[in-house]
Design a protein around this ligand. Structure first.
Ligand code: C5J
Length: 229
């Protein structure tokens, strides 16, 4: 029998089949979330992003306990920067920018300490990690193939930043037919006004890009699933 669950969400309830749902953890990398990373080099206070770590960990634990699919993403580039558009590297005119040596290694470069995911959300070996050169997790990656192979239809979306990589990915997913539930306390922006506007844009016009709920509302239903070994 197919299990379907319903979460109290905006603009109306979100219904999903757990076996066909993946938790997507977007770019919870030290470079965005921790002091000394790219986010701070851009002049941001990283505290609002750090606040998303604990609720995301609770959702991650619930998905793992129920044996559901988890996929992580990381934004970054090859060490030779051959997949980094010069326009992206030049933007911001930063004294220390993409590819340069920062306090946590070369900024947004794969294999560097800052590029990796924060310890609290470290992926398990069974959880795919999608390395992406852009903002959207579908662009120039095999995310769609990974999701298709696992029969995924719905995405529970967490990560940073809400108005940049989360939004771009939700828009890409929406155009590919995925149903997206964005967890408002598990996504974060350096800018409170952008956080509010980005979430409002998702649920406007009857949920033009998807649904929004708190992690507490989702956990209420996920925690009712039997634990897997
Ligand atoms: C940004 C991201 N903001 N992960 N990346 O450059 O949102």
């Amino acid at each position: 029998m197919t299990t379907r669950l319903t979460v109290d969400a905006e603009p109306y309830e979100f219904t999903f089949e757990p076996a066909r749902t993946a938790l997507l953890v977007i770019d919870m990398q030290r470079d965005f979330v921790d002091p000394g990373g790219f986010g701070e080099l851009l002049g941001n206070d990283v505290a609002p992003l750090r606040r998303a770590v604990a609720p995301t960990r609770r959702v991650l634990d619930a998905f793992r306990r129920a044996g559901l699919t988890v996929v992580h993403t990381r934004e970054g580039h090859r060490p030779d920067l051959s997949d980094c558009p010069p326009s992206k590297r030049a933007r911001g005119r930063l004294p220390v920018g993409i590819g340069d040596k920062g306090p946590m290694g070369r900024v947004l470069v794969r294999g560097e300490y800052g590029h990796d995911i924060v310890d609290e959300l470290r992926p398990r070996p069974s959880e795919p990690v999608i390395d992406k050169p852009g903002k959207g997790a579908f662009y120039a990656t095999d995310l769609e193939l990974v999701l298709k192979d696992q029969g995924i239809q719905s995405l529970v979306v967490t990560g940073v930043t809400t108005e940049v990589c989360v939004h771009t990915t939700v828009r890409e997913a929406n155009d590919r037919g995925y149903e997206c539930l964005v967890l408002e306390d598990c996504v974060a922006s350096y800018f409170p006004a952008f956080q509010a506007a980005a979430l409002a844009m998702i649920t406007a016009q009857g949920g033009i890009f998807g649904w929004v709920a708190t992690s507490e509302r989702l956990l209420k239903v996920i925690d009712g699933l039997p634990a897997q070994a």
